[in-house]
Design a protein around this ligand. Structure first.
Ligand code: URA
Length: 216
């Protein structure tokens, strides 16, 4: 089973952002929808930063030399296009010196199953890096599994963090059973289940369409 961190396990402001993301009236405001994804990204990035390694550094202030701490190494952020973009921006605001990679993986509904089309990959070498894979909706988990298997063709990361806003239990189960390297999943919350179209219930609908408008 994957190691898990769930923001909604305790009362905090993320519950309000999630409620706004789910609300059919409020989600008509695309700017607010994107902003709430970005805010949750920033908060999850802060939580995840507690798992990273920091080193001491001498800092010359205008008054005297003191000791500070800085990240030992920058993480590598990987954004799953297109829905992850606002959520990814929240991570980039926190890890503002991070290298970034982009992959294009999207779901194709075929009769009664979902296949993942993996079309685009522009990433640095992931070997020995702290990789953070960013996808807001961990529904079936298939796009994450497909992305990880493509990334592993390049190299082996030092550690792998998979982050989402909302996850379905089925997606977590799929990721846990299919990704063989050690990893940790960080999410805003875990919902009930998937519906027959593999959308998360209660979920929020189609995150990409809500953030950027419907696609063909
Ligand atoms: N992608 C979404 O945007 N929403 C879901 O519920 C599942 C996948």
């Amino acid at each position: 089973m994957s190691k898990m961190f769930v923001l909604s396990d305790c009362d905090n402001i993320v519950h309000q952002y999630l409620s706004e993301l789910r609300d059919v009236e409020i989600q008509k405001d695309r700017t607010r929808f994107r902003k709430n994804l970005e805010r949750i990204g920033g908060i999850l990035a802060y939580e995840l930063s507690k798992d990273l390694h920091f080193i001491s550094k001498s800092i010359q202030t205008p008054i005297e030399v003191t000791k500070g701490k800085v990240l030992d190494e920058q993480p590598l952020l990987i954004c799953v296009l297109r829905a992850a973009m606002p959520f990814f921006q929240g991570f980039l605001d926190v890890f503002d010196k991070a290298d970034c990679g982009f992959v294009g993986a999207y779901r194709q509904e075929k009769e009664n199953r979902i296949d993942i089309e993996f079309l685009y990959q522009a990433t640095p070498d992931i070997s020995d890096r702290e990789v953070i894979l960013i996808d807001p909706m961990l529904a079936t988990g298939k796009s994450i599994v497909s992305t990880v298997s493509n990334l592993l063709k390049i190299g082996a990361p030092k550690s792998l963090h998979i982050v989402g806003v909302i996850a379905a239990p089925e997606g977590i189960e799929h990721i846990s059973s299919q990704i063989e390297i050690p990893h940790k999943i960080w999410v805003g919350t875990i919902d009930k289940a998937l519906n027959e179209k593999s959308y998360i219930v209660p979920g929020l609908g189609d995150a990409g369409d809500l953030a950027f408008g419907p696609k063909l």
